[in-house]
Design a protein around this ligand. Structure first.
Ligand code: NAD
Length: 289
């Protein structure tokens, strides 16, 4: 297949390479030229613009930071809808607000394009290992067409109509941030009680409190190793999506509201470019540690 992949950052870089390795003809574009050069060095085709990347593409994939970038790339002048051929399938892998995905799907359908929202979970490790959990919103026939490609990147699941993938991803992000906040509190309690935190967290990981964040991140958190991974700035963006989705659904999420403020504090304290496990710094600061 001829694929355009736009956004070759932390996640897009390994994902686009999996598609190349699977034998597809992949044209990559990013506003950051070194990302495009690195992609070409790994066997991809370098594109100098969105228009050039999507020329003749069967499928266009986007993996961009947030909705303004997705709107710009998809709906903007010389964007995907302007430049790709009718019948092209757009798969947006970015985490953005559900209403933007729904708007894009409606505009795309009006112009004869298919469009799916397909945000992912599993982080940089999941992207590298092609083991992402992929939540897909949109038309079922479009999902069936996209499925083999998405299976190159992880495990896709159709969860509903346009925007539904983003709502499931919002639920995922509130759980992840909440667990980071609680693991941070466990660390502060153990260290504040002069206990060995590594031993304590090992015990937690083996019992009912066990979870994947404890499995994957407890060592790096105890070592205060916060190289991203998933930046606090991006999780702050996601918590706004979660709270907005809750408002639209007319539901109250009180714990999420509190956790969103802790993530906001991390950003305000200057940790925005650190991994989201650096929420530990915020919890420590609350105890003067
Ligand atoms: P990133 O910032 O590393 O990558 C985004 C890339 O998009 C960058 O290379 C940037 O130069 C490029 N870009 C920005 N605007 C552009 C434009 N107009 N045209 C072309 N390229 C443009 O971010 P990331 O960590 O790869 O995350 C991408 C998306 O995936 C976000 O929505 C994020 O919330 C989501 N996500 C990230 C992770 C993670 O662990 N990093 C996990 C799951 C989901």
């Amino acid at each position: 297949m001829k694929i355009a992949f736009i956004g070759l950052g932390v996640m897009g870089a390994p994902m686009s390479r999996h598609l190349v390795k699977a034998g597809h003809d992949v044209a990559g574009y990013d506003v950051h030229p070194p990302a495009v050069e690195a992609f070409a060095a790994d066997g991809g085709l370098a594109a100098a613009s969105v228009r050039e990347a999507v020329d003749g593409a069967d499928v266009v994939m986007t993996m961009l930071p947030n909705h303004p970038q997705v709107e710009d790339v998809v709906l903007g002048d010389h964007g995907v809808l302007d430049s790709a051929g009718t019948g092209t399938l757009l798969i947006d892998l970015s985490t953005i607000r559900p209403e933007t995905s729904a708007t894009i799907a409606a505009k795309a359908a009006g112009q004869g394009f298919g469009a799916l929202d397909a945000p992912v979970s599993g982080g940089q490790t999941g992207a590298r290992q092609a083991s992402l959990s992929i939540m897909v919103g949109g038309d079922e026939n479009d999902f069936a067409a996209a499925r083999p490609l998405l299976e190159t990147l992880g495990t896709p699941r159709h969860v509903g109509g346009p925007g539904a993938g983003q709502v499931v991803k919002a639920a995922n992000q509130l759980v992840v941030a909440g667990i980071y906040a609680l693991v941070s509190e466990a660390v502060v309690l153990l260290e504040g009680s002069n206990l060995n935190p590594a031993t304590g967290l090992d015990v937690l990981a083996g019992g009912l409190a066990g979870n994947r964040i404890l499995d994957l991140k407890r060592e790096s958190m105890l070592a205060r190793e916060f190289t991203p991974g998933f930046r606090i700035d991006l999780h702050h963006k996601d918590m706004a999506i979660v709270l907005d989705a809750a408002r639209r659904a007319d539901v109250a999420l009180p714990v999420t509201g509190l956790v969103a403020q802790l993530v906001a504090a991390g950003r305000a304290m200057g940790y925005g470019s650190l991994d989201h496990s650096a929420l530990l710094h915020v919890t420590e600061a609350l105890s003067g540690r």
